[in-house]
Design a protein around this ligand. Structure first.
Ligand code: PRX
Length: 631
């Protein structure tokens, strides 16, 4: 639901002016024009004259606020009779009761009635300069044909459909076609291995998979259909695989395959929302597909990588497609920063109005470079905090608010309707400023996750039970002395590699499958480019004759195959023992300090069962880091 506010959040034509205060990092932005210019609904709340009072209204009169937005911005098949029935203590979150809508109708039909030839998608293909524009009318046609194909093949309301495709118009049409007929889509990031794909297909009990013959990424062919074929061998429940031809390469068909036809596209020139996330992640769902389309915008589907064919790719795309709002991940910004300013300055970025960042904390250096070099200090940088479970942006600067300051490395302010709280580990709400703790949200909002498919108990245990009455995000947060929110990282055993969340347990599970491995511990450590990297500690089986290099190579291969290439660890350290408490729990905080090169700050070790083990690990870590450096 928060993506309903995409337009309000990234207004199309607000004149921006930003300047740096103190020559350093404090940035102010000013906008002209009343609040109602980009959020006409504000007029219905007499007290809401500015952002501050509208935010207050959105939290204090949540029902009226969300009800108003839902009525004015969505087309309902059956209007809702009550706005919400939420009780976070009881694990209940129900919105717009009695109401019925179709999100595909809201993303397509509504706009086709008004402006059928407006460009909905710009597919920025891997091959630079070969973009494809798809109008709302064409996207609706494509979606309807695909919905009919799905229905003809027996896909019904409530069935799960796995989409394993790179960002392309047919992938968006597949999502919308599922939504149109009431099927549930599970978009699996097309970088995942056959094993990971198979897990997800089985978990969703999906009978249908939609894919392409081959993908193209960074100039390389990615064998997506072959991966699907391998995955499907492990999923007897799959009844059909719909295949679209992304390249000319004909592949052998299997008995399950259904070939999809190609479509013809129109070419037009319009304004653009440029979120470069993959549609396999939540950012792609909310800010490439549903948010922009529901708002009748033009959205970019970026298929390539930031460095293909060279590190100027993003900015060349901005120039060519005249992107107005660019939304990307810190990991890519950090990578591009290394290549220097020239790759950016070569291209005209005057179309840009707002620069967004998402997925992980953006460090000050990267923020500064994004702001100064990419945006020429003209475009506010919005560091947006949210997560899959929140559905849309929850904490973020709001540069459209006159006079709001923007500070680097900080998500800053709660978005409309979001009431963040900071709780200590005993569950006390920490009032006032200058406090750190767990980030929780005290009031339900329409975009929040309501359950875990087939496992409501797990949903309640993970998100609602840890702090009764609150939605627990799993992130740590610091509320600054000025009352701004600064995210401090995950509180659980999750690492965030290049903006992709990965459970350390999942990687340990893969590593432990190797014949030579007795046990392992995977720890996240700060990584210059990826934000976090995985550092793997291994204890070998007693009789193992493996050479360390061979083992490391095999483990990397295994992780790449079973999880994904992005997860492959740079550091794999073999050790005799892992540091454990006397009750046998791995002391992860000790390992974390070691990999962060803070071995002098190990803290209280009274529960540690073997102090020598820690010393050996510290030595081993030093050697490994030196060895990697010299390679
Ligand atoms: O830890 C937070 C981090 O990414 C997590 C959410 O990951 P995911 O569900 O994959 O969604 C990614 C796209 C929204 C969060 O729990 N995170 C996300 N944005 C930020 C962030 N950490 C710091 N600052 C952010 N702006």
């Amino acid at each position: 639901m928060a993506w309903l506010l995409t337009r309000a959040y990234c207004p199309r034509a607000l004149p921006w002016a930003s300047r740096c205060l103190c020559g350093l990092m404090k940035v102010r932005s000013w906008s002209q024009g009343p609040l109602t210019a980009y959020m006409p609904e504000a007029a219905s709340f007499p007290g809401a004259r500015d952002h501050q009072s509208l935010y207050k209204t959105s939290v204090e009169q949540g029902d009226a606020f969300w009800g108003m937005l839902a009525r004015s911005r969505l087309t309902w098949i059956t209007p809702f009779h009550s706005i919400q029935d939420c009780d976070l203590r009881q694990g209940r979150a129900a919105w717009f009761l009695g109401g019925q809508l179709n999100v595909a109708v809201n993303c397509l039909d509504r706009h086709v009635h008004v402006a059928p030839d407006k460009v909905a998608l710009i597919w920025e293909k891997d091959e630079p300069g070969e973009e494809v524009r798809v109008t709302y009318r064409e996207l609706l046609e494509m979606t309807c044909r695909l919905s009919n194909t799905l229905k003809r093949l027996g896909v019904k309301r409530g069935d799960r459909v796995t989409i394993y495709m790179p960002p392309c118009p047919l992938a968006v049409a597949s999502m919308l076609a599922c939504a149109r007929i009431g099927a549930v889509h599970a978009v699996v990031f097309a970088g995942f291995s056959a094993e990971s794909l198979a897990d997800r297909i089985r978990d969703a009990q999906s009978e249908t998979v939609i894919t392409v013959n081959q993908g193209l990424r960074g100039g390389k062919v990615v064998e997506l259909k072959k991966t699907v074929d391998q995955a499907v061998k492990q999923c007897p429940g799959v009844k059909r695989v719909l295949v679209s031809m992304r390249t000319d390469n004909q592949l052998p068909m299997t008995a399950l395959d259904v070939l999809l036809e190609e479509y013809v596209f129109d070419y037009q020139d319009r304004d653009v929302f440029g979120c470069v996330a993959d549609i396999g992640w939540i950012t792609g769902h909310s800010y490439v597909v549903y948010g922009p389309l529901c708002n009748g915008g033009t959205t970019v589907l970026f298929e390539s990588t930031p460095v293909h064919p060279n590190p100027g790719r993003y900015w060349e795309t901005v120039e060519r497609l005249k992107i107005n709002q660019f939304y990307g991940a810190p990991t890519a910004i950090r990578l591009l920063l290394r290549y220097g300013d020239e790759w950016v300055k070569k291209y005209d970025r005057s179309s840009l109005k707002v620069l967004g960042s998402v997925g992980e904390p953006i460090n000050k250096e990267a923020w500064e470079w994004y702001f100064r070099v990419v945006g020429e200090t003209r475009c506010p940088v919005v560091d947006t905090w949210w997560q899959t479970e929140t559905g849309g942006i929850c904490i973020s600067p709001r540069p459209s608010n006159p006079g709001d300051e923007i500070l680097p490395g900080m998500a800053m302010r709660p978005f409309f309707g979001i009431s963040p709280s900071v709780l200590d580990d005993k569950g006390n709400v920490l009032l006032g400023n200058n406090v750190s703790g767990a980030l929780c949200i005290s009031q339900a909002w329409p975009g929040m996750a309501r359950t875990i498919y087939n496992d409501h108990k797990r949903f309640v245990e993970t998100y609602l039970a840890p702090y009764p009455g609150f939605f627990f995000t799993g992130d740590g947060v610091y509320r600054t002395s000025e009352g701004y929110y600064q995210l401090t990282g995950r509180l659980d055993d999750i690492i965030n590699i290049s903006g992709h969340r990965l459970g350390t347990a999942e990687m340990e599970d893969v590593v432990n499958h190797h014949v030579a491995v007795a046990e392992s511990a995977v720890i996240g450590y700060p990584h210059e480019i990826k934000g976090e990297g995985a550092y793997v500690f291994i204890v070998l089986k007693k009789d193992s004759k493996y050479m360390e290099e061979t083992l490391a190579a095999e483990l990397r291969e295994l992780i790449s195959k079973k999880i994904a290439k992005y997860a492959v660890p740079e550091y794999i350290q073999v050790t005799h023992r892992l540091p454990k408490t006397r009750s046998g729990k791995i002391m992860r905080r000790v390992l974390r300090k070691i990999v962060e090169n803070k071995a002098s700050e190990l803290g209280d070790l009274t529960t540690l069962d073997d102090h020598d083990a820690v010393q050996q690990i510290i030595e081993g870590h030093k050697h490994l880091v030196e060895r990697q450096k010299s390679c």
